[in-house]
Design a protein around this ligand. Structure first.
Ligand code: ADP
Ligand code: MG
Length: 184
């Protein structure tokens, strides 16, 4: 028997479940920017990084070394949500989206929004951060990232993938999981 054609490019239009806006989420250092860009390229859809959507006030605050609070995050998430809403035919956004309430705010803009949670142990992510040139992540920041992370809940449309594998394997894992879930 012949094999069915692979879902998504190369070779034709995207399969249904791979279409639509997607948020690649996780703690800092989990690989959101790297995996998000690779996945967008694989799916041949636009990519954006939520880090680039902060209003000037937030950038000033972060530059001064202060953490953002949820009030600061509100206008930022509104901008991220607007981008997602503007990409109903597909788009990948890297955004930490650690709290359920942040994801609810994004879903408010784009109903049916899907999430890919990049899941990794503190050890794996700390090691990765340490090998990142020009970046030092204080252990306390990683601790607070893990403390803040609220995993995807059963009613949220999402896929969880272990980050302790190559970027290509993570991308393939996502495509396979979504394609399989649509077939069953
Ligand atoms: N699957 C992976 N395997 C090895 N290194 C990775 C992987 N994903 C990301 N990295 C590296 O880990 C670091 C953090 O990745 P990045 O995409 O910047 O994370 P985030 O955007 O979540 O903060 C970068 O140096 C990146 O090149
Ligand atoms: Mg990033």
């Amino acid at each position: 028997m012949s094999q069915p054609p692979p879902a998504g490019p190369p070779g034709g239009p995207l399969a249904g479940p791979l279409v639509g806006p997607l948020v690649v989420m996780g703690v800092s250092g989990s690989g959101k920017s790297t995996v998000g860009a690779a996945l967008a390229q694989r799916l041949r859809v636009p990519f954006a990084d939520a880090d680039d959507f902060h209003p000037p006030e937030n950038i000033a605050k972060m530059t001064a070394g202060h953490a953002l609070d949820d009030q600061d995050r509100y206008p930022w998430l509104e901008s991220v949500g607007a981008w997602l809403a503007a990409h109903p035919d597909g788009g990948v956004m890297s955004c930490s989206a650690l709290k359920r309430s942040y994801r609810d705010q994004l879903r408010h803009h784009a109903a049916g929004l899907r999430f890919l949670l990049l899941d990794g142990s503190r050890e794996v992510i700390a090691k990765r951060q340490a090998s990142r040139p020009g970046h030092f992540m204080p252990p306390a920041l990683l601790t607070s990232q893990f403390a803040t992370l609220e995993p995807l809940e059963p009613d949220e449309d999402g896929v969880v993938i272990d980050v302790d594998q190559s970027v290509d394997a993570i991308v393939q894992g996502y495509v396979d999981t979504v394609t399989r879930s649509e077939e069953s």
